[in-house]
Design a protein around this ligand. Structure first.
Ligand SMILES: *Cc1c(COP(=O)(O)O)cnc(C)c1O
Length: 383
C-alpha cells in the first residue's frame, strides 16, 4: 500500500466534504438550481477578496486569469512594470511581451521580497506607467511581497493600475483588495481554494473597469465585460466548470465556518512550524525577505541531487513535495502548507523530510525538525 500525501504548492488536497459534493450527478447550468449555487459562491469569493466588486469565475487555470487581466485592461505599447523575483514574475513579463507591451522590469534575486520604495521610485520617474504587475506570494521561491504597501502607493495614481497574481496568497494571507488599492486580483482553484485545477477567479476595481473601456486587444473567450454582464445575473457567458463551482460553494462554506481570520492564522502557524523545523535540521531558508505562508522552500546541501530525492519521495514513499525551477532545479525542496493542511500534515511533511533525507545520507539530528514543529504546533492544536 502506498498512501499519498500531496505536499506541493498546487494542486493541493481536496477535502472529503468537497469531493462528495463533486461526486453528485451532473446538473444543467442554465437552471435556478445552479444559479443559486453560483450566487452563493460569488458572494463568498467577495468576502475572501475583500471587495465589493464582482469576482468573475472563468473556466481555465490561473494563467487564463493572468492573460485576461492584461488583455482586458492594457494596449500594445503601454509601459508596464513587472516585479520579477521568480518563475511567476517572469510569467507576467512573458504575457505582457506576447501582447506587445513596453515591459520594464525590477529584477530581484530569487527569494527576495521587493522593497516598495523601488516601485515608488520607478513610478516617480515613469509617471506614464499604465500597470504594475506582481505576485502576492512568489510560489517558485516561497517569498511574499508587500502588496499592501505597493497598493497604497499606486492607489493615488489614476492612470496606473495594480495587477496582483494572488494565486498562492489569496486565501493564505489576508488580502484587502479594495482597501489596499489592488485593481486586478487573480487566483485559481487548485491552491488555497482546495479544489481541482480548472477554475480561475478575477476581480477588477472601478479604475480597472475604466481601463477596459480603452483596451483594444481582440478577445473573445476572455472578454471580461461580457462575463460581468452574465455573472451579475448568476450565470456565465459559456458553459461554466459546473462541478468545480459546486465544490467551491462547499469550500467557501468551510472557510467561512472556520472563520477567515482562523484560516490565515492556520497558514501562519503551519508556516512558522515548517520554517522552524527545516532550520532546526540545519537547512537555509530560500526566502530572504518575507516568507510566504503558502509553502516553505529551503536549500539542500551542496551537490545533493534534489531531483532524485523528490522523485523517490513521490514514487516510493507517497509524499509529493516540490523541487526547484530553473536555476534552482535540484537545489531546493518546497514543502506546502497551503489549503486543506493542518498541524499533523506539517508533522507528516517534516517527518517525511527527516526520514527521506536521512536515507539519502544527509547528516542532521533525527527528530530535531519534528520537535521544533511540535513546539510551535502544540500551542495551536485544540484551539
Ligand atoms: C500556480 C501558480 C500560477 C499558475 O497557475 P496555473 O493554474 O498553473 O495556470 C501562477 N502564479 C502563481 C503564483 C502560482 O502559484
Amino acid at each position: 500500500m502506498l498512501k499519498k500525501y500531496l505536499m506541493a504548492p498546487g494542486p493541493t488536497p481536496v477535502p472529503e466534504r468537497v469531493l462528495l459534493e463533486m461526486a453528485k450527478p451532473m446538473i444543467h447550468h442554465r437552471t435556478d438550481e445552479f444559479s443559486k449555487t453560483f450566487a452563493e459562491a460569488s458572494a463568498g469569493l467577495k468576502k475572501v477578496f475583500n471587495t465589493k466588486n464582482e469576482v468573475l469565475m472563468l473556466a481555465g487555470s490561473g494563467t487564463a486569469a493572468m492573460e485576461a487581466a492584461i488583455i482586458n485592461t492594457l494596449n500594445p505599447g503601454d509601459k508596464v512594470l513587472v516585479v520579477d523575483a521568480g518563475k511567476f514574475g517572469q510569467r507576467w513579463k512573458n504575457i505582457s511581451k506576447t501582447f506587445g507591451m513596453d515591459v520594464q522590469v525590477i529584477e530581484l534575486e530569487w527569494g527576495s521580497s521587493v522593497d516598495p520604495a523601488l516601485v515608488e521610485n520607478f513610478l516617480k520617474s515613469n509617471p506614464d506607467t499604465r500597470a504594475v504587475m506582481i505576485q502576492g506570494s512568489e510560489t517558485s521561491t516561497t517569498a511574499y511581497h508587500d502588496i499592501e504597501a505597493i497598493g497604497r502607493i499606486i492607489s493615488s495614481r489614476p492612470d496606473t493600475i495594480f495587477i496582483v497574481d494572488g494565486i498562492t496568497s489569496i486565501g493564505v494571507h489576508e488580502t484587502k483588495m479594495d482597501e489596499w488599492g489592488i485593481d486586478v486580483a487573480v487566483t485559481g482553484s487548485q491552491k488555497a481554494f482546495m479544489l481541482p485545477p480548472g477554475l480561475a477567479f478575477i476581480a477588477l476595481s472601478e479604475k480597472a473597469w475604466k481601463f477596459c473601456e480603452t483596451a483594444t486587444i481582440p478577445r473573445y473567450y476572455l472578454d471580461l465585460k461580457r462575463e460581468l454582464k452574465n455573472q451579475l445575473e448568476s450565470t456565465t457567458a459559456y458553459t461554466p466548470a459546473v462541478t468545480i463551482i459546486n465544490g467551491l460553494k462547499v469550500v467557501l462554506d468551510m472557510m467561512l465556518e472556520e472563520g477567515l481570520e482562523n484560516v490565515y492564522k492556520r497558514h501562519q502557524i503551519n508556516g512558522d512550524a515548517t520554517r522552524a523545523a527545516v532550520q532546526a535540521m540545519g537547512f537555509k531558508l530560500l526566502p530572504t525577505g518575507t516568507p510566504s505562508n503558502a509553502a516553505t522552500g529551503f536549500y539542500l546541501p551542496e551537490g545533493f541531487e534534489g531531483g532524485k530525492f523528490v522523485k523517490f519521495m513521490r514514487e516510493k514513499v507517497g509524499i509529493t513535495y516540490a523541487g526547484g525551477q530553473d536555476h534552482l532545479k535540484g537545489r531546493i525542496v518546497r514543502v506546502s502548507h497551503l489549503g486543506y493542511h493542518d498541524a499533523f500534515d506539517t508533522i507528516v511533511a517534516i517527518s517525511g523530510l527527516e526520514m527521506g533525507l536521512s536515507r539519502f545520507g544527509v547528516k542532521f539530528q533525527m527528530g530535531a525538525g519534528v520537535a521544533a514543529a511540535q513546539e510551535i504546533l502544540k500551542n495551536y492544536i485544540g484551539e
